[in-house]
Design a protein around this ligand. Structure first.
Ligand SMILES: NC(=O)C1=CN([C@@H]2O[C@H](COP(=O)(O)OP(=O)(O)OC[C@H]3O[C@@H](n4cnc5c(N)ncnc54)[C@H](OP(=O)(O)O)[C@@H]3O)[C@@H](O)[C@H]2O)C=CC1
Ligand SMILES: O=C([O-])CC(=O)C(=O)O
Length: 265
C-alpha cells in the first residue's frame, strides 16, 4: 500500500491526539504552527515532519489537510489550502459564522478545486440533521454543559463567577452565530449544528456550567416534517484541554481513515 501524506494545521491538544491515533497508511509530513512554536515543535517531532508557518512554504502535495488550529488558524490558512485544490477537514467550524470568511473559503474552493469537509467534531447526528433539513425543519436547539474549569479563559468568565457556582447554571442563551463568535474554543458545535440544520440565526443555543459535571454534555433537539429527534452525548474531555472533547479529535482521525479507505461509512 502506498503511504499517503497528511498536513495538520495547529499542533495543540487535539492535533497531538490525532497524531497519536493516525491510521496506518497515513504519515504526518507537515505541520503548520505559529512562529513562536516552530522551534519547540521541531524538537518534538524530529526530522521526519516539516514544521512550517504557512501553507505556501509546503513544497509537496498533501493528500489531506486537517485543521486543528482553532478559529484564527482556519481564518489564516484555510483559503491557501483550498485555493491549492486540497481537501481540508475542519473542526473550528465556528469561524464559518463569519459570513465574509465563509464566502472567501467557498470562493477559494470553487476557484482552486479544493473541498472543505465540516467534521462532526464533539457531537453526533449531523448526518440525520442534514437529511431532516431536506424535508424542512421547524426548530433546532443546541445545549452544551461543561464543568466550570472547561469554561475558564472564555467569555463565560464575564457572565458568571465560575469559582462560586454550587449548581448547574445557564450563563448564556442566544443564537448559534453569536455563541460561536463569543466562545471560539467552546461553541464550535453550535455552528456545526447550525450549518447542518437551520442556520446561524435560527438555531437557539444555551450554555451551562455545572460544578458536578465530569463530561462535556451536548444536547440537540430538532423538530420538522421528518418528526423529532433528541440527542444527548456525554463526551470525555481531552486530558490536555478540558474545553475539547475527545470525540472531536476522534472525528479528525475518522476523516484521516476516510482519506485512505475506498468505502466511506
Ligand atoms: N467542532 C468541534 O466539535 C470542536 C472544535 N474545536 C476547535 O478545535 C480547536 C483546537 O482544539 P485544541 O487542540 O484542543 O486547542 P489547543 O488550544 O490545545 O490547540 C490549538 C493550537 O493551534 C494553535 N494555533 C492558533 N492559531 C494558529 C494559527 N494561526 N496557525 C496555526 N496554529 C495556530 C494554538 O497556538 P496558541 O496556543 O499559541 O494559540 C494551539 O497550539 C479549538 O480551539 C476549537 O476551535 C474544539 C473542540 C470541539
Ligand atoms: O469539544 C467540545 O465539547 C465542544 C467544543 O469545545 C466546541 O464546540 O468548540
Amino acid at each position: 500500500m502506498t503511504t499517503k501524506r497528511l498536513m495538520i494545521i495547529g499542533y495543540g491538544a487535539m492535533a497531538r491526539e490525532v497524531h497519536r491515533l493516525l491510521p496506518t497508511g497515513l504519515t504526518l509530513s507537515w505541520v503548520v504552527v505559529p512562529e513562536a512554536q516552530v522551534a519547540a515543535t521541531r524538537e518534538q517531532l524530529g526530522a521526519g515532519v516539516e514544521v512550517l508557518t504557512s501553507v505556501a512554504q509546503c513544497e509537496g502535495r498533501p493528500d489531506l489537510v486537517v485543521e486543528c488550529a482553532g478559529q484564527p488558524g482556519l481564518a489564516e490558512h484555510g483559503e491557501a489550502v483550498l485555493a491549492r485544490g486540497l481537501p481540508l477537514a475542519i473542526v473550528a467550524t465556528g469561524a464559518l459564522a463569519d459570513e465574509g470568511l465563509y464566502g472567501r473559503l467557498r470562493q477559494a474552493a470553487e476557484g482552486g478545486g479544493g473541498r472543505m469537509l465540516v467534521l462532526s467534531g464533539a457531537v453526533a447526528g449531523m448526518d440525520g440533521l442534514a437529511a431532516a433539513r431536506e424535508g424542512g425543519l421547524d426548530s433546532v436547539t443546541y445545549e452544551a454543559c461543561k464543568a466550570p474549569r472547561s469554561w475558564k479563559g472564555s467569555h463565560a468568565e464575564t457572565l458568571v463567577d465560575l469559582d462560586a457556582l454550587s449548581e448547574a447554571t445557564v450563563f448564556y442563551e442566544g443564537t448559534a452565530g453569536e455563541a460561536a463568535r463569543l466562545f471560539p474554543a467552546n461553541a464550535n458545535v453550535a455552528a456545526t449544528v447550525a450549518l447542518a440544520g437551520i442556520g446561524m440565526q435560527a438555531t437557539t443555543v444555551r450554555l451551562t456550567a455545572d460544578p458536578a459535571a465530569t463530561r462535556n454534555t451536548h444536547r440537540i433537539h430538532a423538530q420538522g416534517r421528518f418528526g423529532e429527534f433528541c440527542i444527548e452525548l456525554n463526551g470525555r474531555p481531552l486530558e490536555h484541554n478540558p474545553k475539547t472533547s475527545m470525540l472531536a479529535a476522534l472525528s479528525v482521525v475518522r476523516a484521516c481513515r476516510q482519506a485512505l479507505d475506498p468505502v466511506t461509512v
